[in-house]
Design a protein around this ligand. Structure first.
Ligand SMILES: [Ca+2]
Length: 242
């Protein structure tokens, strides 16, 4: 049998091919050599499509394994911020805090936004901020959409922030923590300085894809090989002249 050039992760797949080869050769030993030789030639031809199908299946599985091992999936996570009050200083109890499930150990690549903010006079748009990061509260990044606007009132902001160089990721719980706060507190504690009137924040994250467990993969391959081997033996039996 032709040996396929397998990658290092495909030794189980190669074993599955060897198993199939053993099944195909094992039924030719009944003593009637001459007739069997001719029949084996016919059977060799009849087994070829099954063998080719198995080879393709194993190749597909090996390709899937390769993708799974190296796989990472870029996913946008949109957060509607409509109606969030901009309350107190960062870390104060009165602030709005959200936890968004973005997938275990997901890496944060980019933040884009299209939002409308309102700062209640005398509070300023430049004071409204969002801090985000892992649920542990470590490595928080503070983002101020209206950073240059030292004025009160309403304004719309759109933009994009590349987070790629920061190496930000969430922990095993998959939770991205968002805290909305003020850089300067104008009103009494518990009285909002402003409001996120509407719009969406979109976090572009990369999630690691699941890699199949070696044990379950070996079982799948053994099952695949057994099915293909059985098919070849049945085909031989159905072609026996006696
Ligand atoms: Ca303020």
């Amino acid at each position: 049998m032709k040996v396929l050039p397998m990658t290092s992760s495909s030794s189980t797949a190669a074993a599955a091919l060897a198993f199939f080869s053993f099944q195909a050769a094992g039924s030719g030993q009944d003593g009637r050599r001459d007739r069997d030789t001719a029949r084996d030639i016919r059977n060799e031809r009849s087994c070829a499509p099954a063998r080719r199908a198995l080879r393709l299946a194993v190749w597909s599985l090996a390709a899937a394994m390769g993708l799974g091992a190296a796989g990472a999936q870029a996913t946008p996570v949109a957060v509607d911020v409509s109606g969030v009050q901009s309350m107190d200083l960062l870390g104060d109890a009165g602030n709005t805090v959200w936890w968004i499930d973005v997938g275990a150990h997901a890496v944060l690549n980019r933040l884009s936004w299209s939002i409308t903010l309102e700062a209640f006079s005398p509070s300023l748009l430049a004071e409204m901020q969002l801090s985000f990061g892992a649920s542990s509260g470590l490595d928080q990044v503070s983002f101020t959409p209206g950073g240059g606007d030292f004025l009160s009132g309403t304004s719309r902001y759109t933009g994009m922030l590349d987070l790629g160089g920061l190496g930000l990721s969430v922990g095993a719980d998959g939770l991205l923590r968002l805290e909305f706060s003020e850089a300067f507190k104008d009103f009494a504690p518990g009285v909002a300085d402003g409001r996120w009137l509407g719009g969406t924040l979109t976090f572009d994250v990369t999630r690691a894809t699941a890699v199949p467990e070696p044990a379950s993969l070996a079982l799948s391959l053994a099952g695949l090989a057994a099915m293909a081997g059985l098919g070849a033996v049945r085909r031989r039996a159905s072609r026996r002249p006696d």
